[in-house]
Design a protein around this ligand. Structure first.
Ligand code: AFP
Length: 349
């Protein structure tokens, strides 16, 4: 029947029936790894499920009365939103039920959580809903995660030392951005891959394989909360003043973009390039962002995508070692060209 033949060709052109879902991606990575036990796959799958659950909840927040304050403060002193509390609960339950996570550090919990498990070999550090102060205005929020493999035997109880380690010890890092679509950016230490949630399929689909920060984007962007200028050191002020002047390379000044939701600001940085900074100030010497679940995972992702991440002193973020689970760090992160400008400014390049 010729009609059938005509219909099949255009359809086959348009619909990719060989897509790579996050589950397939994880299984393929497991097959490539020598001596893989499957534990890593289990924890990555559990994370994927947590992101889907949070995405679903964030989308319905207004309809199910989840906007507004919960009425308490979290471990870092911020007012908790109802969604913060729910996101935290989703993470705790998903990680506990994976039976492979021994320790969870959450921005919402003062102490680390130890799960009862005889098989747990992983530590997860997360900010379940980062940028939540924006949530009632419908601004994108995200989840940020760093993953460590625990070296002590599974039979030993987990402790803080399992996560108070150098950033180089991370085995994976990722963020989920709950925006117009839900995006997941993941590194397992061999580059960065981007997935988009297909809500009908209920699967993250690989849409941006091997993500690299662009080096030729027409706009040069800096991203910082300039409302803090009066608290900055003179050197930080002069650096940003200089970015507002025509630059040597193209005679154009930088453009300013700042959402105030780190995942949204970082996702733009990954796609368009540029510099994101949260410097230390007279109010807080180490800025605002948390090393374990904001600085480390973002630095790992950005470096794997070809960028750089340093603190105010020009030290590489991944070289730092936290002394407490909620330690903060100043940060300058993004395209190598732009971070290098800062390093030159402070005489470290
Ligand atoms: P919230 O989760 O309290 O909204 O904080 C978000 C955040 O940790 C990070 O996502 C932003 O980049 C940064 O704080 C914004 O901080 P400022 O409001 O001080 O600019």
């Amino acid at each position: 029947m010729p009609i059938k033949q005509e219909c099949q060709e255009p359809l086959a052109d348009k619909i990719d029936t060989n897509i790579i879902s996050l589950s397939r991606f994880i299984i393929e990575k497991q097959k490539q790894a020598k001596n893989a036990t499957g534990d890593y796959s289990l924890v990555l799958n559990a994370l994927g499920f947590a992101f889907k659950f949070i995405a679903h909840t964030v989308r319905r927040a207004e309809l199910i009365h989840l906007t507004g304050l919960f009425g308490t403060s979290n471990a870092t002193g911020d007012q908790q939103k109802k969604l913060d509390v729910l996101g935290d609960e989703i993470f705790i339950n998903t990680m506990a039920s994976s039976n492979i996570v021994k320790i969870l550090v959450s921005e919402e919990q003062e102490e680390l959580i130890r799960f009862e498990t005889t098989e747990g070999t992983y530590a997860v550090c997360c900010d379940p809903i980062d940028g939540s102060s924006n949530i009632d205005a419908g601004v994108s929020v995200g989840t940020i995660v760093s993953l460590f493999k625990i070296t002590s035997p599974p039979s030993e109880p987990g402790c803080e030392q399992d996560v108070l380690r150098s950033g180089h010890d991370m085995v994976a890092a990722c963020y989920a951005l709950y925006g117009a679509s839900t995006h997941l950016l993941l590194t397992l230490g061999d580059g960065v891959n981007g997935f988009t949630l297909d809500t009908n399929l209920g699967e993250f689909i690989l849409t941006e394989p091997d993500v690299r920060l662009p080096t030729d984007h027409p706009k040069k962007i800096y991203s910082v909360n300039e409302g803090n200028t009066c608290y900055w050191d003179e050197s930080v002020k002069t650096f940003f003043d200089a970015l507002k002047q025509p630059q040597d390379e193209d005679n154009e000044p930088y453009s300013a973009r700042y959402v105030g939701s780190m995942v949204a600001d970082m996702h733009r940085t990954v796609l368009y390039g540029g510099l994101y900074a949260y410097p230390g100030s007279s109010k807080s010497r180490n800025g605002k962002l948390r090393l374990l679940y904001e600085g480390f995972p973002m630095a790992f992702l950005i470096e794997q995508a070809g960028g750089k991440a340093v603190n105010d002193k020009g030290e590489r973020i991944l070289d730092l070692v936290p002394t407490k689970i909620h330690d903060k760090t100043s940060i300058w992160i993004g395209s190598s060209r732009d971070v290098d400008k800062y390093l030159k400014h402070i005489g470290k390049l």
